[in-house]
Design a protein. Structure first.
Length: 259
């Protein structure tokens, strides 16, 4: 019986290990699936709006939340650049929030995520405006350890998230920060290229104008040469003797009749 009991214990231990490994594999699969979804959406996005909207929806789906919005920092305030299921009349109220507010200092100044399961108790008025959300997650958007904004997602139920899920959301916040920086650089380069193209067009217009002026000057010179030749021909064909003198009496020119 002892040997049988030992075998049963070994089987239970092995089964527990397999279950643990299977659970870990499922978590890893979910994590990879989420990252793959985010990467695909980020690569397919042609504008910043498409990018942030796609990542917002992916984050909401990842933790089975309901609504959300993405804020970006501009001049010590945050603007909503993407939303899901947030009423339009509420967006204006939630927009242009000062990042120096005490409850936001940790998030926007130190880049610390915020996870609340009693949001409706702490902020009943805002919770009511958002349909009565109870859980809220705020994840900073980081680039080179600098906060560029945050991802806010809420749920109408009290939902706890695991440390693994929180780590994944943090990673997504960093990924979004890098992709947004890439978009900013590309937009800056595009703007500079546009300015360069405008400058090139201006130079081409100036060059065309200069060429036209040179051609006009060349034409005028040719006409002047023709008139000069006509005058010299007339001057020499005249039968009268003609002298051209200056005020001092020096002879400057004579015609053929004089010669």
């Amino acid at each position: 019986m002892t040997a049988v009991a030992q075998q049963i214990n070994n089987i239970k231990t092995l089964s527990a290990q397999l279950y643990s490994q299977d659970s870990a594999l499922q978590k890893e699969h979910k994590r990879l699936k989420t990252f793959n979804k985010i990467i695909v959406r980020a690569n397919e996005a042609t504008t910043q709006k498409e990018l942030v909207q796609g990542i917002l929806e992916a984050c909401i789906d990842f933790v089975n939340f309901d609504i959300g919005g993405i804020y970006l920092i501009r001049d010590n305030k945050v603007d909503i650049v993407a939303t899901k299921l947030i009423p339009s009349h509420v967006i204006e109220t939630l927009n242009q929030i000062c990042i120096k507010r005490p409850e936001l200092r940790e998030l926007f100044q130190f880049g610390k995520p915020l996870h609340l399961t009693n949001y409706n108790q702490l902020y009943p008025e805002t919770s009511s405006m958002l349909g009565g959300i109870k859980s809220l997650i705020s994840v900073p958007i980081l680039y080179n350890n600098k906060v560029k904004g945050c991802i806010n997602i809420g749920a109408f139920n009290n939902i706890e998230i695991t440390s693994d899920e929180c780590d994944i959301l943090r990673t997504l916040g960093k990924h979004l920060g890098h992709v947004l920086h890439r978009f900013e650089v590309e937009q800056e380069l595009e703007s500079k290229n546009l300015d360069l193209e405008v400058h090139i067009e201006e130079l081409r217009a100036s060059n065309d104008s200069l060429l036209a002026s040179m051609q006009s000057l060349e034409t005028s010179q040719q006409q002047l040469d023709i008139e000069h030749e006509n005058f010299r021909t007339l001057f020499n064909k005249m039968t009268d003797m003609i002298f051209v003198v200056d005020l001092k009496g020096s002879i400057l020119a004579i015609n053929n009749a004089v010669r």
